[in-house]
Design a protein around this ligand. Structure first.
Ligand code: CP3
Length: 348
């Protein structure tokens, strides 16, 4: 049994919202909250490169709790990256400053695919589990800890394209020209991700989130084939271990299919109204989102209004306040405070 089940989390708003329970107010956290808008994060970044920060439990746990110390969100998300999975699968992944992820030898054919392994996650990703244990000690059961992984499709995007892209044209070309190879690769990523997330729960995370950052690039039919079926396999394997949240950027067209799964919540971006998201997802499942991250550049009074309206539109129950995607690096610190505090002060 995961050790965290034996302990009560003092602020369990997120866990209750995920179960669909009635709450005093919705919980709030921000995607990419452990990151570049924080001066204390930038200090650490000056001294250690990206994957050193991910691989050193003392650094990863410190970065994870930095936003909590400053703002008191209702959940922490482990500082790490979705690309530690391909690294563990024997694919070299570099993080180039001011460029982003770079894969020197992208996967393009059967020969490339042969070198991709399904690793023993306890060996290759032990540093993540150590970071979780250390973070859980620092958090002292005050709030839940979220662990995450990329969707198999989103991971495929990076390891086939070789770098970030607006269209991921090479990734799509690979899938559409070699669907058998693509499904072999997606299956390997899925098996690895399931083992990885199970061990994350064993190490102490309370909630899991799958980031499908590039699902919205696919047509509804291709989404079912190349992304959703693998996410659904992950949900089925993990649902009895921890609640699973699925965030699909641009994936509003799949909300109905997603809402019929055993996911505990669905994340939505800012291009959909609360009303339409509720309608498409059938009205019962917990939703998470969806302020446009750039809206944190508005005036403080405007941010307050937007947050209050957003809670009224989604409803305070079965709802988790978040941004519609990760926080941007150029957001003023005081505006983040207004975003978080408006939720904490919310009265129905
Ligand atoms: O949410 C959190 O605060 C936890 C930490 C977190 C990071 N990456 C740290 C990070 C999480 C949840 C991720 C997930 C991730 N990583 C995604 C899915 C979420 C999304 O934004 O769509 C993706 C696509 C990646 C891959 C990735 N990592 C990219 C494209 C980049 C470069 C561009 C960018 O956003 O900076 C990264 C680097 C990265 N991962 C940074 C951080 C804080 C910034 C670089 C640095 O710290 O040096």
């Amino acid at each position: 049994m995961p050790s965290n089940i034996l302990h009560m989390i003092k602020n369990d708003l997120l866990l209750r919202a995920l179960k669909g329970e009635v709450v005093e107010r919705p919980p709030v956290w921000m995607m990419r909250q452990a990151g570049r808008y924080l001066p204390e994060f930038i200090e650490i970044r000056k001294k250690y490169d990206f994957f050193t920060r991910c691989q050193t439990p003392e650094l990863a746990s410190e970065i994870t709790v930095q936003p909590i110390r400053r703002y008191g969100m209702d959940a922490a998300i482990l500082f790490s990256d979705i690309l530690v999975i391909p690294q563990a699968m024997n694919i070299e992944v570099l993080m180039k400053p001011d460029f982003g992820p770079f894969i020197p030898n992208p996967i393009r054919n059967a020969k490339d695919l042969e070198k991709v392994v399904v690793p023993d996650v306890n060996e290759s990703l032990d540093y993540v589990f150590d970071a979780i244990k250390m973070t859980k000690e620092i958090l002292n059961n005050d709030i839940p800890l979220i662990g995450f992984a990329g969707s198999p499709w989103t991971i495929l995007c990076y390891i086939v394209q070789g770098q970030g892209s607006k269209t991921f044209d090479k990734a799509k070309e690979f899938c559409f020209k070699n669907p058998i190879l693509a499904h072999e690769l997606l299956s390997k990523i899925t098996v690895t991700t399931i083992a990885y997330l199970k061990q994350k729960v064993n190490a102490g995370v309370d909630v899991l989130q799958i980031f499908d950052s590039w699902g919205g690039l696919l047509s509804p039919t291709d989404y079912s084939e190349f992304s959703w079926q693998y996410i659904n396999q992950i949900i089925e394997e993990l649902k009895d271990f921890a609640p699973v949240v699925v965030f699909g950027k641009g994936c509003w067209f799949a909300l109905n299919e997603m809402s019929k799964s055993n996911a505990s919540a669905l994340g939505v971006d800012w291009t959909i109204t609360a009303r339409n998201a509720r309608y498409l997802s059938g009205g019962n499942i917990t939703l998470q989102g969806n302020l446009d991250p750039s809206r944190l550049l508005s005036s403080k009074s405007k941010i307050k209004d937007l947050v209050n309206n957003m809670i009224n539109d989604f409803g305070k129950d079965r709802y988790i306040v978040n941004l519609g995607h990760g926080i941007l690096p150029n957001i003023p610190l005081e505006n983040v405070e207004v975003f978080i505090n408006t939720v904490k002060e919310y009265k129905a």
